[in-house]
Design a binder for this molecule. Structure first.
Ligand code: HEM
Length: 132
């Protein structure tokens, strides 16, 4: 996935830096999982305790957008298609996931340009993860 990175070419220019670093991704992911919580089709896929899911997604997105490589160091190569294989992700589930994420991005307080960059990536990624 990192080969598809579309954010800045130097760490100074990365979206990660522009939005304020890890705190931004933690808040984004907290808001995203609030959306998961009220979408039963999604909620039933996740563990009751969302602590780890939040940590994984926040570290992954932070890394993708130019932040520290903690995700790779702790989880290994993302292999997102493989890691999502246990879940039935049909068009409906994908669209619910995207809806929750787009709402979280809308509310994130990032600039219009940074929001567009976040949306562009999660849209492509979500489309690539449909498996049913
Ligand atoms: C298309 C709809 C999607 C569904 C229904 C879905 C569902 C899930 C579920 C149930 C998990 C397990 C929770 C955990 O332990 O982390 C998971 C993990 C994860 N998802 Fe998704 N996901 C979707 C799309 C995406 C997208 C678009 C991304 C990236 C932008 C993504 C990134 C991740 C990451 C990084 C993990 C943790 C992998 C790990 O380290 O184990 N997911 N997802």
């Amino acid at each position: 996935m990192s080969a598809l990175r579309i954010s800045g070419t130097t760490p100074e220019e990365s979206l990660y830096r522009r939005v304020g670093g890890m705190a931004f991704f933690r808040q984004l992911v907290a808001n995203f999982y609030d959306g998961v919580d009220v979408r039963p089709v999604l909620r039933q896929m996740y563990d009751e305790d969302l602590t780890e899911a939040k940590e994984h997604l926040a570290l992954f997105l932070a890394q993708y957008f130019g932040g520290p490589e903690t995700y790779n160091e702790t989880r290994g190569h993302p292999r997102l298609r493989m890691r999502h294989a246990p879940y039935v992700i049909d068009v409906a589930a994908r669209d619910l996931w995207l809806e929750a994420m787009l709402l979280a991005i809308d509310r994130s307080g990032a600039s219009e340009l940074d929001r567009a960059e976040l949306v562009a990536y999660v849209d492509v990624a979500a489309h690539s993860l449909r498996n049913a």
